[in-house]
Design a protein around this ligand. Sequence first.
Ligand SMILES: [Zn+2]
Ligand SMILES: [Zn+2]
Length: 106
Amino acid sequence: MDPFVPKGEPRPLSGQTCGYKPRTATADCGKPAAWHVMWDAQLDNSLTCDEHMNLIQQRWMYADRHPITADCTMPGALWVFVNDKCEVPTSTDSAARRAEMPVEVS
Ligand SMILES: [Zn+2]
Ligand SMILES: [Zn+2]
C-alpha cells in the first residue's frame, strides 16, 4: 500500500471541518475537526475529525499532529512543533517562533 496520503486540492478556508474525502465521495467529510495533521516537510497539512484520524493512523504516514485550536486556521499561524499546537505570532516574538520551526521534518 502507498504510505503517502493522496492529497486533494487546497481547500478554501471553510472553518474547522474535516477535509477527508473518499475517492468515491463528492464532498468532504465535513464533521467538526478534532486534529490538525502535518503530512510532510512541505508543510502540507489537513484538518480531520476523530474518526478519520483513526483511519489516518492505520493507513498513512504523517509528520506531526496536534488537537485543533482556534489558532490552527488563523492567517499567519505557525506550526510550533515543540508546543504541539499552532500559534499566531505576535510582532514581538515572531522571530523566536520562527526559530522553533525546524527546516526539515524527518
Ligand atoms: Zn472526517
Ligand atoms: Zn494547528
